[in-house]
Design a protein around this ligand. Structure first.
Ligand SMILES: NC(=O)c1ccc[n+]([C@@H]2O[C@H](COP(=O)([O-])OP(=O)(O)OC[C@H]3O[C@@H](n4cnc5c(N)ncnc54)[C@H](OP(=O)(O)O)[C@@H]3O)[C@@H](O)[C@H]2O)c1
Length: 285
């Protein structure tokens, strides 16, 4: 198996390299080596390396910044994946692309299945949805994984932000009216490897953590485990607030729980995020 990985220095890209199966050859690239928005460079890289699979872990992930940086977000989240799909087709490689729960508007009352209507509330979600559509048009059997609330020992994420704030403050106000499923990037990486090895059918798959929480619950779990594992010496008091008390540039879905029945039918377990969180906290200690 020859894999071309993009976004190799991000959370998912880093975790993917850590889990690479024995015998797989990888060319791990990030924006400094291979800018996915440059079609000529992408085609040149792909035709030279001739991968069997391209795993796209590159993305514009700054949800609020995207609201005022629409053009760059669209180039990275839509044009980039399309370029990869076009290049993949030239060498017969399969594209694995990653998308987000923010393609939904959050008005559902039960977990979203892959076929549910999309309606992103912000620029990030819109550009990620456009990326999904572009990939599926160019390579209909590409694998597209929608995931949510990603954390890991790498990069920037909610877990690291909470640990930093816990050291600075005694009380934290955290949003309690947005519900979703935290997902460990290492588990997404493993799910991608499993789907590749199983030669799974293409299309969209939902993959996320196995229990839903509000951001405020997620913060409380982080603080409890961090205190227990002596990552923190004290834990702050969490005050529940509503989204309107914490205005952000981008509107976020109030409910973005993903139904993972399709990927589970391929014998791939959902992310056991609480146990992954313990391991991540120990690594960050
Ligand atoms: N983070 C979340 O909570 C979350 C939630 C749902 C879905 N997702 C999706 O999950 C996937 C992985 O997310 P992540 O959290 O691992 O992302 P991340 O940590 O932000 O990493 C993204 C990587 O993409 C690279 N990149 C940006 N522009 C690029 C370009 N033009 N060419 C090549 N590489 C480029 C970045 O490199 P530079 O630093 O050099 O720019 C960075 O290394 C993404 O598709 C994301 O949309 C994430």
């Amino acid at each position: 198996m020859k894999v071309l990985l993009t976004g190799s220095k991000g959370q998912l890209g880093s975790c993917f390299q850590d889990r690479l199966p024995d015998g797989w050859e990888i060319w791990a690239t990030d924006s400094d080596v291979l800018d996915i928005t440059d079609l000529d460079k992408v085609k040149q890289a792909v035709t030279q390396f001739k991968p069997n699979v391209i795993v796209n872990a590159a993305a514009y992930t700054a949800v609020d910044k995207a609201e005022t940086d629409r053009e760059l977000a669209a180039r990275i989240n839509e044009t980039g994946p399309k370029n990869l799909a076009l290049a993949a087709n030239e060498v017969g490689a399969r594209l694995v692309h990653v998308s987000t729960d923010y393609v939904f508007d959050g008005n559902a009352t039960k977990p979203y299945v892959e076929e549910d209507a999309t309606n992103p509330l912000g620029v990030y979600g819109k550009t990620k949805l456009d990326g999904e559509i572009a990939v599926a048009e160019v390579q209909p059997d590409a694998i597209i994984i929608r995931t949510a609330w990603v954390f890991s020992e790498y990069g920037n994420n909610f877990v690291k932000t909470m640990l930093r704030l816990a050291k600075e403050r005694d009380t934290l106000a955290i949003v309690a009216d947005q519900r979703g499923c935290p997902t460990y990037a290492g588990d997404i990486a493993q799910a991608i490897i499993d789907l590749i090895q199983k030669k799974s059918q293409g299309g969209v798959y939902h993959f996320c953590g196995d229990t839903e929480v509000a951001w405020s619950d997620f913060a409380s779990v982080i603080f409890n485990v961090a205190l227990e594992r002596e990552v923190l010496e004290k834990k702050p008091i969490v005050n529940n607030i509503i989204s309107s008390d914490y205005p952000t540039l981008a509107k976020r879905p109030s409910y973005s729980v993903l139904d993972c029945g399709k990927i589970r039918s391929e014998n791939i377990d959902m992310s056991n995020w609480k146990s992954a969180l313990e391991e991540v906290l120990l690594k960050l200690k």
